[in-house]
Design a protein around this ligand. Structure first.
Ligand code: ZN
Length: 203
């Protein structure tokens, strides 16, 4: 498993890939088998998601430099579920943090909403993104359980953001042109930093 052995062994925390790093633009590979190594990666991704300064509600494996179709999510909140919670929120949120293996969005609602998104891989940048309000999620959980369920709320939003990462798409790609122009310079700065880091590590 060359993809996984590249990860550092010293820290439980994983380094987050930042905008401009090529791994974030790759199409991630499907997972054929859940190995102990993969379970370890999953555990470390959850730790990394929580430990981050701006606590994430989702983290996709490409964001820690591993181009595999695996996602960590935790959109749970304290307190009882909302009265209009979707079947997916009711089923999955009490079990979070959750690891999704090969997650797929198989259907999306026609109804959309706007939400201000951020991303651990694009520090200090946020922007409004329009997405369907509900999606159908087909995935396996880490223990092999198959899930095929309708999800709404913040869970639906998070699932779309994270599955996008598996296809090399980032939320800034989905912002409208005017908003994107406003953050273009921030993105260029991040890209230049990524190039400098890559050049340094080649030396
Ligand atoms: Zn993200």
């Amino acid at each position: 498993m060359g993809l996984l052995s590249r990860l550092g062994r010293t820290s439980r925390l994983l380094r987050i890939a930042i905008y401009g790093e090529p791994v974030l633009r790759e199409k991630a590979k499907p997972i054929s088998e859940v190995t102990d190594e993969l379970r370890d990666l999953a555990e470390r991704m959850i730790t990394t998601m929580y430990e981050n300064e701006t606590r994430g509600i989702g983290l996709a494996a490409p964001q820690v430099g591993v181009s595999l179709r695996l996602v960590a999510i935790d959109t749970s909140s304290d307190g009882p579920p909302a009265p209009n919670a979707s079947p997916g929120e009711l089923l999955l949120e009490p079990r979070m943090p959750l690891i999704l293996i090969n997650p797929e969005i198989t259907a999306s609602s026609a109804e959309t909403s706007v939400y201000n998104e951020g991303c651990l891989s694009i520090p200090e940048v946020s922007g409004d993104v329009v997405r369907p309000v509900a999606v159908r999620l087909k995935t396996r959980l880490l223990d092999g359980e198959a899930v095929d369920i309708e999800c709404g709320g913040l869970l639906a939003r998070c699932l779309q953001h994270e599955t996008d990462h598996l296809d090399g798409i980032m939320f800034v790609d989905r912002m409208d042109e005017g908003d994107r122009a406003e953050i273009a310079e921030d993105l260029r700065v991040l890209e230049r930093q990524a190039k400098r880091r890559a050049a340094k590590s080649r030396r």
